[in-house]
Design a protein around this ligand. Structure first.
Ligand code: IVH
Length: 690
């Protein structure tokens, strides 16, 4: 018996409105701000709830409902462009049986089971379409809603693996005057970790996963920001959706053609003559996926022959000739034992989940991040819940959400502690951010994290001074404020030796490391101090511009904000830090301890006055150190990495990354000869070769 249709009541109307408001909110967080607050699965749930509701009450559908938009509304600042052929999506299968069923269905339509399949890893990134005219990249667009996308050509041009010009001579086929290549832009695990490392160093909120980060990077209005993100690309389609206009008769040939034309294709793609082999290949990726340097969420299985593809056609938005074999996500269900709170370097309190340990993707997971208070509430995660935990690549495991159907008793809602779990002083919630902070400047938890940060690789690089030692020395009151680091040795050697597990050997090494750190360049010191929003790049920009702590302290907010790569937010943060009495004392004490506060003074009026030169690779005429000394001697500054402020990269053999970055930023790259020629042009005569 069919259920009686329900009437549209005010309650149902407001339920729909509420869902829409929430979806719009998350759309904005995700698509525009690139700061999602909830996991994709959670969003899907909200979206599906709205779809279902509107299906039951079609009268409720408004033209501005999120369901009427599909996704990817062109953001302000990008022009919307129509795709020559719709960019399709894919049907899904979840195991070998479902793959077999798909194969049977299409076999019936084309009256044969004898056809080859091409299997390609399904990269978890973003689909884009590249247009080449006479072999030149003229346009790059996002998928958008499948019919229209955003023109993001300037951003895609910065992706190094996307050729600006095809190698059509290499293909052995006549060059098509107009060609569209489709593929996936993605962020590798390494790049993702690098970006998050930088953000952590700058005290900024971490990105959630590579896919969202890639999406945000493509949406930058400033292409140089996109360039700095290290995006990558794989091409998987040429011509139109069904292969027409492709210089090939099959997917396999098309991939070979694309590769010959100089586009990156995935090396793990394979062609199979039988379904069994293809199914075996698909299943094999469940265990192998973690070996890849990027994330995949399945395998795309395509009918190889383009004429068969055309016969099969599409249903709705999905081609019949392809399907996505989805891999089981790296998730597990386990009990949330309790929610603990940690205190970061800037005092931010972060809740994290202590779990009944569970193996996910071959790794034992006992803790997972909960990001912030709002997320815990939004997802309604409570102590004692059974929760879904996800591990994606090398990313910190995260709690996706509770399984509400398993919550049988009343569980206590989570609330942030009113006082710091470490120093017990009252905490404050900043209404502008989703952050609660311990504002006690003497909080030992913050101090320990600051000391660890100061000594870290990205900071003063004091080897052997990691998390544990920092924690311990703060706890045992050897370090009561940052500069105490320089009073440990030799002064407190005896007392330190009394600590368990600390011997002469370790202390000798530490003493040397700590002393060496006093000589680090200014940019390292600035990055080490833990000024909010100041990571390695900003520190470098400040150091190269000012050259000394004194000059930096004397700079006005306006002067700071004018420096390339430093906006008003960073300027305010730097200014605020330097004009805080406490920090001023820190800096005085560090200086008194012998920490260098300025970079070597460069010769004013020298041939390299005002230039910022980065040296990389193996040189023959000079050693790297000699070349750097020469730059300084001639009035230039030496940079550690290529930034917007770099004026020249001097590159010997190798030095690939810095070279790539220079090219992305448009920084001139000189070889040794070019560098010598530049100097000579500016009136410097090289000394006779020894
Ligand atoms: S083929 C009609 N091949 O998966 C053909 N897609 O749900 C559709 N994807 O939007 C695309 N790797 O973003 C294809 N080797 C691959 C792919 C791939 C990743 C993504 C792509 C597409 C989505 C389909």
């Amino acid at each position: 018996m069919a259920a009686k249709p329900r009437r549209v009541t005010a309650a149902i109307r407001s339920q729909a409105e509420d869902l829409r408001a929430r979806i719009r909110h998350h759309d904005h967080r995700y698509h525009v701000l690139n700061q999602p607050e909830i996991a994709d699965a959670e969003y899907d749930r909200l979206f599906r709830a709205l779809v279902d509701l509107e299906a039951e009450f079609p009268a409720l559908v408004t033209p501005d409902s999120p369901t009427q938009r599909v996704s990817g509304e062109p953001s302000e600042g990008f022009e919307s462009v129509e795709h020559r052929q719709p960019m399709l999506s894919l049907s899904n299968v979840f195991d070998g049986d479902e793959l077999r069923a798909w194969h049977e269905r299409i076999s019936r339509l084309i009256d044969t089971t004898d056809f080859a399949l091409v299997c390609e890893p399904k990269i978890d990134g973003l689909a884009i379409a590249l247009t080449y005219e006479q072999g030149r990249l003229v346009r790059g667009a996002t998928r958008g809603d499948g019919l229209r996308g955003d023109d993001i050509t300037p951003n895609l041009r910065t992706v190094r693996s996307i050729p600006l010009r095809l190698r059509l001579d290499e293909t052995g086929a006549p060059a098509p005057p107009l060609l569209e290549v489709r593929g996936e832009v993605y962020l590798s695990r390494v790049e993702f970790d690098r970006l998050n490392g930088e953000r952590a160093a700058a005290g900024e909120q971490l990105y959630m996963n590579p896919r969202n980060t890639a999406a945000g990077s493509l949406r930058q209005l400033d292409p140089s920001v996109t360039a700095s993100r290290g995006l990558d690309f794989f091409a998987y389609q040429v011509g139109w959706a069904d292969g027409s206009a492709a210089p090939a008769a099959s997917q396999w040939e098309a991939l070979a053609w694309v590769a010959a034309a100089g586009l990156p294709t995935n090396s793990h793609a394979e062609r199979f003559d039988s379904l069994d082999e293809a199914a075996g290949f698909c299943a094999s990726w469940a265990d192998r996926r973690s070996e890849l340097p990027y994330e995949i969420d399945g395998v795309v299985v395509k009918v190889d022959d383009f004429s068969l593809q055309r016969q099969l056609g599409t249903v709705g938005r999905d081609p019949r000739w392809a399907t996505a074999y989805k891999l089981p996500s790296e998730q597990a269900v386990t009990r949330l034992e309790r929610i603990d709170v940690s205190v970061g370097r800037t005092g931010v309190l972060t809740p994290f989940a202590v779990l009944d340990p569970v193996v996910i993707g071959g790794v034992l997971v006992g803790m997972a991040t909960l990001h912030n208070e709002d997320q815990v509430r939004e997802k309604d995660i409570r102590k004692g819940d059974d929760v879904i935990v996800q591990r994606a690549g090398d990313v910190i495991p995260q709690v996706i959400g509770p399984i509400l159907s398993r919550r049988t008793t009343d569980l206590e809602e989570f609330s942030m502690p009113k006082s710091c779990p470490r120093c017990e002083e009252p905490v404050e919630r900043d209404p502008a951010e989703a952050a609660t902070r311990c504002i006690n400047p003497d909080c030992p938890a913050q101090l320990a994290k600051l000391v660890q940060h100061y000594a870290s690789r990205g900071g003063m690089d004091i080897e052997g001074f990691g998390e544990q030692l920092s924690e311990r020395l703060v706890k045992e009151k050897f370090i009561k404020s940052l500069p105490d680091l320089y009073r440990l040795l030799p002064r407190r050697r005896k007392a330190l030796l009394a600590l368990e597990g600390i011997g002469d050997l370790l202390l000798d090494k530490l003493e040397k490391e700590i002393n060496d750190s006093k000589e680090r360049p200014l940019r390292r010191l600035l990055a080490a101090l833990g000024i909010r929003h100041v990571g390695g790049e900003t520190a470098e920009a400040l150091a190269t511009h000012f050259g000394s702590m004194k000059a930096l302290q004397e700079a006005s907010r306006e002067e700071l904000a004018e420096i390339d790569g430093i906006g008003s937010v960073v300027a305010e943060s730097v200014y605020g830090y330097l004009h805080d009495r406490r920090h001023d004392r820190y800096i005085k004490r560090l200086a008194a301890a012998g920490v260098r506060m300025e970079d070597e003074r460069a010769a004013i009026g020298g041939p390299l006055d005002g230039e910022v030169v980065v040296v990389t690779g193996a040189l023959t005429r000079w050693s790297r150190n000699e070349a750097e000394a020469l730059v300084k001697q001639l009035g230039g500054r030496v940079g550690g990495s290529v930034t917007k402020n770099t004026t020249y990269l001097v590159a010997g053999d190798g030095g690939g990354q810095k070279r790539d970055r220079s090219e992305a930023l448009g920084t001139p790259v000189l070889d040794e000869e070019g560098f010598a020629a530049l100097l000579e042009e500016r009136g410097w005569t090289p000394p006779p070769v020894r």
